[in-house]
Design a protein around this ligand. Structure first.
Ligand SMILES: Cc1cc2nc3c(=O)[nH]c(=O)nc-3n(C[C@H](O)[C@H](O)[C@H](O)COP(=O)(O)OP(=O)(O)OC[C@H]3O[C@@H](n4cnc5c(N)ncnc54)[C@H](O)[C@@H]3O)c2cc1C
Length: 456
């Protein structure tokens, strides 16, 4: 299982680098810390932030280790869409976990949109955060019909979808509301868009202000198999080792190289996104006030945010990505594009959106990034059974933005000792790391991505 690639391509977000990108707080690596956090993406940064921001008491010493530039993993190369899943996977969640847990999963994600907003407001983060309405548009009946049927059936049985969710059944209205050509139906609900790299580097900067030590370009090579007699784990890097009683592993897709327990639980999955803009002098296109998912088939979809500068960031291109497993599955090379994806995004807005036909809109930036796909499609959050003091939050399966803040807040409370168990937090039980879950052998990530709806 490889470490992050040495030479990743820049994304649009990363093309405005922060002065933290190559930051090392101290020349030498500290030898001791209360907490070592591995990974400086959203998961690592938000955990460190939550560990340190609490008023009162002595702040723990926190060292954040990052293999490459700060926040240059999936968080620095994603679609910027904080999109709670309020309906699309609800029926499979209901089948797998029962209606109450399915509702809990949905409302957790919905609440995360508000929590991110509160964080941005409280910290006054300059990160282009916008509260939007996400419109989920269906262009193909193979995916529209079962989704709508499940929604109606569940509603009739008393399943509690959030009140904010609005269903548009009439194709004419769906096309009118969304602006997407050929829409068959649509759902809409509150979501958000953000410049993820700016948000997360702001959190890292706050942590440094509270005394954290950030060490970029310091890949962790291993974590000891057991703690020493004083209960400290050894975190080994090429620049030396650090001993700490608590280690938070927020290394996303790369976690199996550090914790073999996750060898068959989290697999790297390469995704692609791009930025599209109307060139200077081009015909102005209508501003999109919504963010989107656009579904073309059972597993073919794109997700899209509209930025206040008029540009669009869109990710997905599953029609190309899924053509060949080698394009994405177990692929951690974010130095290369996915074949056919650039052509796919060519003329994208003109093809799909009313009013954009003569805009001349074109791709300005295109990039890949590595997601961590979970074997049962649920993130892995909590203290590792049998390894007291090792905490994990990873495997967000391409859907971290409406989940990570809450998970990081919970991990920080565990690490600080404010709570003993995740059951005392808001984290839905399917996310918890348990012995039983770690023992499960099924891996449905590939099958799910390839279009079927496997059940565990
Ligand atoms: C193209 C693309 C588009 C996406 N779009 C969206 C979207 O619109 N909405 C959404 O919700 N989600 C999206 N995602 C998923 C989202 O980006 C992730 O869920 C989220 O960023 C995960 O954050 P993280 O901090 O866990 O992982 P990362 O951001 O990947 O951070 C992990 C960090 O750990 C570091 N690391 C790894 N191994 C080591 C090691 N051994 N030593 C030290 N450091 C190490 C990595 O270098 C990396 O910086 C997208 C992902 C991609 C790739």
């Amino acid at each position: 299982m490889p470490l992050p690639h040495d030479n990743p391509m820049p994304s649009y977000w990363l093309s405005f680098p922060s002065d933290l990108s190559k930051h090392r707080t101290t020349e030498e690596l500290p030898q001791e810390a209360d907490v070592v956090v591995i990974g400086s993406g959203y998961s690592g940064a938000a955990t460190a932030y939550n560990l340190l921001q609490k008023d009162g008491g002595k702040k723990p010493t926190v060292v954040i280790l990052e293999a490459r530039d700060a926040c240059s993993g999936a968080t620095g190369r994603n679609g910027g869409h904080v999109l709670p899943d309020l309906y699309f996977n609800a029926s499979s969640y209901e089948k797998r976990f029962g209606p109450r847990t399915a509702e809990e999963l949905t409302s957790f994600e919905m609440q995360q949109v508000i929590e991110v907003k509160k964080l941005v407001d409280r910290e006054q983060i300059d990160c282009d955060f916008e509260l939007t309405r996400a419109v989920g548009v269906f262009l193909d009946n193979r995916v529209a019909a079962p989704t709508i049927a499940a929604y109606k059936d569940m509603k009739a049985r008393g399943y509690q979808f959030p009140d904010d969710l609005h269903f548009i059944a009439d194709p004419k209205k769906a096309e009118q509301v969304s602006g997407v050509k050929g829409a068959l139906a649509a759902f809409s609900h509150t979501a958000a868009s953000v410049w993820p790299y700016k948000m997360v580097t702001h959190l890292l900067r706050r942590c440094l202000g509270w005394g954290a030590n950030l060490q970029t370009h310091t890949p962790v090579l291993s974590i000891s198999d057991a703690p020493d007699a004083a209960g400290r784990w050894s975190v080994r890097t090429a620049r030396g080792q650090i001993r700490a009683k608590k280690v938070v592993v927020a290394a996303n897709a790369y976690i199996p190289s550090l914790l073999p327990e996750f060898g068959d639980k989290i697999v790297p999955a390469r995704g692609i996104a791009c930025r599209i803009a109307v060139p200077d002098g081009g015909k102005p296109a209508p501003h999109l006030n919504n963010s989107y998912t656009i579904r073309y088939g059972p597993q073919e979809y794109d997700y899209l945010i509209s930025r206040t500068d008029g540009s669009i960031v869109v990710g997905g291109a599953k029609q190309k990505v899924l053509l060949n497993d080698a394009n994405w599955h177990n692929n951690s090379d974010d130095s290369q594009l996915i074949p056919g994806a650039a052509e796919y995004f060519d003329g994208y807005m003109q093809r799909l959106f009313h009013g954009w036909e003569d805009s001349g809109a074109q791709v300005t930036h295109i990039w890949t990034g590595i997601m961590g796909y979970s074997s049962d499609l649920m993130p892995w959050v909590g203290e590792l059974p049998g390894k007291p003091g090792i905490y994990v939050l990873a495997g967000f399966t391409g859907h971290g933005m409406p989940r990570i803040l809450g998970c990081a807040t919970a991990i920080a409370s565990l690490v600080r000792g404010d709570v003993q168990y995740l059951s005392e937090t808001k984290i839905p039980p399917p996310f918890w790391i348990t012995k039983d879950r770690l023992r499960m052998k099924n891996n449905i990530a590939r099958e799910y991505m390839a279009g079927s709806r496997p059940s565990l």
